[in-house]
Write a protein that binds this ligand. Sequence first.
Ligand code: URA
Length: 203
Amino acid sequence: MCEADSLEELRETLGVCQRCTLSQSRNRLVFGAGNPDAEVMFVGEAPGRAEDAQGLPFVGPAGHLLDDLLAGIGLAREDVYITNVVKCRPPGNRDPLPLEVETCGPFLTGQIALIKPKIICELGRIAAGVMMGRQIQITKIHGQKFLGRGYLNVPVFHPAAALRAPATADLLRQDFVNLKSYLEEDEPPPPAPEAEPEQMGLF
Ligand code: URA
């Protein structure tokens, strides 16, 4: 983890990052944005084209759907914090490589430690797999809550997947309804299933 007293300090530590080769093809580094005291923190996969151009997370079509989903549960972008597993756009929007995830990991861990959200909501299979330290099937675990590393984790479908398939959009809307109810309750969630030894871990 990167020790910092504030998100601003953590961002300064990241600097003009050249820790991995994604720095060579990115236009703008996308650190994250939102409320530093957010109760819910969203973690996506990686910046896409619009995010790479603007330096902000989820500002393209998937981001517009995310705004809509947030509004549906009475939240606005300003209420939550949004970031990604890796802070730079992979070429052609490919999945981030394990080394890229590992290199960026301390910054995501640092963001989580500073924000201390009540819920971490992983947007999509990649983010959920990284946070849970294992390959997961998002179709099996979406919308459920898991205790992991001291946080309540709620993996959901990626909004981009919902844009491609109306049936997935319906499931994602229900995931957000679940998320709202988890935010309102106090009881501790069940522990995450055991990770297997060779699985990639963020923490
Ligand atoms: N998809 C992501 O996973 N993250 C973004 O910021 C945008 C699209």
